[in-house]
Design a protein around this ligand. Structure first.
Ligand SMILES: [Zn+2]
Ligand SMILES: [Zn+2]
Length: 352
């Protein structure tokens, strides 16, 4: 089969590779329909290896070169064991988290925190290929109402659902989302479904602010032009937002989120970031503010598919480009140089 394999930063090759072997009992093989390009993939492309290990992964044993890609939809071609409700030939989405299944976290169902865990497309060959091996436990059968393209968006949208449940957003809450990239949009859609009354976004790019307005945000601010903290404070009866979700991972903005959330409010950090943040302890203690991290999702992809199938969630406007995997290396190159004009790009092994 053909796959777009990562060899090193700035080195992706569309080449002939062996098809995945027959699945082991905890695996399934899927023929890929679509796979989205994630910020993580771009990061591996521009300055990796970051999440990719240079040696064999402790759980899967896989090592580079390997295909990236974990936001996938496709058709089941082989099952390692029987799964109730899923058969060969079914269209599926897939939760790409590998898990050991026996550690403290896996046993509690928090498999996304498994110390030996990893993702398809980073810890094992990914879905920028004609066929991909995925965790059997992660298969989600697609109803007829959910197309293959929409299903490839389920994984990034699950990140939003998980962040919003971590934040404990309730109907009538006022919410500020910092950053309107793919994670920010996923958070916005999930916060709207959770019943946010005022839904505010801070995002420097005008095109993204326009799209966010289409997705039903109350107001989208340009942080370069307005004092977002002040604007949201005024619009919430001089109280401040109940919840601030940071979708940037920029340390300075995390500190700002703490200063922005109302007394007694919650800050949730959803951006994948590194580095130290400094804030006055009094900002947390005297005002009973909480700060939480959120990582990926667990058990959220089936919920996204249900929301799509009942028409409650349509994220297809997120897609700003569709390309063939055979052009993948060029697509990555242009995404790396001009990230701003794209939100979510989908790739397919088919010739478009
Ligand atoms: Zn992703
Ligand atoms: Zn585990």
């Amino acid at each position: 089969m053909k796959a777009l394999r990562w060899y090193a930063a700035r080195d992706l090759r569309w080449e002939e590779v062996p098809e995945p072997p027959g699945p082991r009992p905890h695996e399934a093989v899927v023929e890929v329909a679509w796979c989205g390009v994630c910020g993580t993939d771009l990061h591996e492309f521009t300055e990796g290896p970051h999440m990719i290990r240079e040696g064999p992964h402790p759980l899967t044993g896989a090592a580079p070169p390997l295909a990236l890609g974990h936001e996938l939809s496709g058709t089941v071609v082989a099952l390692g064991a029987e799964v109730p409700g899923i058969a060969v030939g079914d269209r599926v989405a897939a939760d790409p988290c590998w898990r050991c299944g026996v550690c403290f976290w896996c046993v509690r169902g928090e498999y996304h925190l498994c110390p030996r865990g990893g993702s398809v497309g980073l810890a094992s060959p990914g879905a920028f290929a004609e066929f991909v091996t995925v965790p059997l436990a992660g298969l989600v059968r697609l109803p007829d109402q959910v197309g293959d393209e929409a299903a490839a968006l389920a994984e990034p949208l699950a990140v939003g659902l998980h962040a919003v449940s971590r934040a404990g957003i309730r109907p009538g809450d006022n919410v500020l989302v910092v950053g309107g990239g793919p994670i920010g949009v996923a958070v916005v859609l999930a916060a709207r479904l959770a019943g946010a009354a005022g839904l505010y976004v801070s995002e420097p790019l005008a095109a993204r602010r326009a799209l966010l307005r289409d997705f039903g945000v109350t107001e989208a601010f340009d942080p370069g032009e307005s004092d977002v903290r002040r604007e949201v404070f005024v619009r919430t009866g001089r109280v401040g937002p109940d919840v601030v979700i940071d979708a940037t991972g920029v340390p300075r903005l995390a500190a700002q989120a703490v200063a922005t959330v109302r007394r007694g409010g919650r800050v949730v950090l959803a951006g994948v970031g590194h580095g130290s943040v400094e804030f006055d302890l009094g900002q947390l203690v005297f005002y009973e503010r909480s700060v939480l991290g959120t990582l990926g999702y667990h058990h959220d992809i089936p919920r996204v598919i249900d929301l799509m199938s009942t028409g409650r969630l349509d994220a297809t406007p997120l897609v700003t480009g569709r390309y063939s995997l055979s052009d993948g290396a060029g697509v990555f190159e242009s995404l790396a140089t001009d990230r701003a004009s794209h939100l979510k790009v989908l790739l397919t092994p088919k010739d478009l």
